[in-house]
Design a protein around this ligand. Structure first.
Ligand code: LMR
Length: 393
């Protein structure tokens, strides 16, 4: 049976986990996979999550099935977290999914059921796992220009010009905030222009929001997707709780859809549940129940928001520190964009060879496209990191 198979190409992000683990150098720096790290380099369980887990442990009386949509109170609270009051509840449906990836996958499959010939337009660059998921769902994809590596800014005019070529019902995949891998984000005015183009060309928006709260704040980071929801008749959203609740391994995500009418929303929801049934049946409960406990209790929610705020503020300080250290060591403002970017990532604009030299000679790990996870920067060694980067230029 298996002799027909050949090894798949390793995932460029996940492969770094093993490489780093096997590196014996004490001073190694992990700027690879997108998980938050504190000052000590740990990825701690948030206090609000620990507290909610205690509540869940004390209150849960059964582990019987919940149903294809998982925890429906979680679904409602996640819809509120992402959309606020931007869309009428009658036209919105949501189902819990196994992580943001699970939400992406079932939504792509839903779109393939609805429009098998649609092409998905993805930003160049995008999160590498978008492409395999689109392909596994049976949809086609094409890229639109997004990032100008020389200036570290969004190529907005080129992006609009490319999307103007899309056919009606083509899908436009947008990063809700904290663009992965570049850290360069759309302004609200740009979201408005994209929304206008989507309506005019009858395109279909798909927003992947995996870092809400890590950019400018929980509401500010959702402003683009909320604005879009007021402009377009229908859209889908894949939301992840992995990062902003730090529940990575618990697999907590939510697939949200907006339809032109309640009747259409009901059918799309039933189809989405049927996609889930054909894949994994029901999503894992634990992490979503914890998120629901936090989001339904105002005091717990406030404690969690304070933790998210602290994470974001730490990453902004690290951004400013690294940009300043690079200015000092390179004698140029080439890397100033790091301080302007928001979210967990920035792309440094190094070649693969330079990235590999940083790994081999300085034990600094980043993705081959020179994406760094800002949260992995060591507070007290920003000068060392900057000096190493400049040394390989
Ligand atoms: C990342 O981009 O590093 C994270 O989203 C983790 C992953 O699954 O790739």
């Amino acid at each position: 049976m298996f002799e027909t198979l050949t090894s798949p190409a390793p995932d460029k992000i996940l492969a770094l986990i093993a490489l780093l683990r096997d590196d014996p150098r004490q001073h190694k720096v992990d700027l690879g996979v997108g998980v938050y790290k504190d000052r000590e380099g740990r990825t701690p369980i948030m206090q609000s999550v620990r507290d909610a887990e205690q509540v869940l442990f004390a209150e849960q009386t059964t582990k019987t099935y919940l149903g294809l949509a998982g925890d429906t109170a979680f679904d409602t609270k996640m819809t509120e977290l992402v959309l606020g009051d931007a869309a009428p509840a009658a036209r919105v449906r949501a189902i819990q999914a196994p992580g943001g990836s699970g939400a992406l996958r079932i939504l792509f499959e839903l779109l393939r059921r609805a429009r098998p010939d649609a092409t998905v337009w993805v930003s160049d660059p995008t999160w590498p796992n978008h492409i395999p998921m689109i392909e596994a769902s049976g949809l086609k994809h094409v890229s639109y220009p997004y990032f100008d590596a020389a200036t570290g800014t969004v190529r907005f005019e080129a992006m609009l010009a490319a999307l103007a070529q899309a056919k009606p019902d083509d899908v436009v995949l947008l990063h809700g905030c904290c663009h992965n891998p570049t850290g360069a984000n759309l302004t609200l005015e740009q979201w408005r222009e994209i929304g206008k183009l989507i309506v005019e060309k009858r395109l279909f928006p798909f927003v992947d929001i995996a870092y809400q709260g890590f950019g400018e704040g929980l509401d500010a980071d959702a402003a683009g997707v909320r604005l879009l929801a007021t402009l377009v008749p229908s859209m889908v959203i894949a939301a992840s709780c992995s990062k902003n609740f730090s529940v990575y391994r618990d697999r907590v995500g939510c697939a949200i859809l907006l339809a032109p009418s309640a009747a259409e929303a009901d059918i799309a929801y039933a189809q989405l549940c049927s996609v889930a049934r054909a894949n994994y049946s029901m999503p894992p409960d634990h992490g979503a129940a914890v998120v629901r406990i936090i989001l339904t209790d105002p005091a717990r929610r406030a404690a969690w928001v304070a933790e998210v705020d602290a994470i974001r503020e730490r990453m902004i300080v690290l951004r400013e520190g690294l940009a300043a250290a690079l200015r000092k060591h390179s004698g140029s403002n080439r890397f100033d964009f790091i301080a302007r970017h928001r979210g967990m990532f920035s792309r440094l604009g190094l070649s693969v060879e330079q990235v590999h030299r940083l790994r081999a000679e300085h034990a600094i790990y980043m993705v081959d496209d020179s994406r760094i996870n800002v949260a992995g920067l060591p507070d007290d060694r920003l000068d060392d990191v900057a000096r190493a980067i400049v040394a390989v230029l």
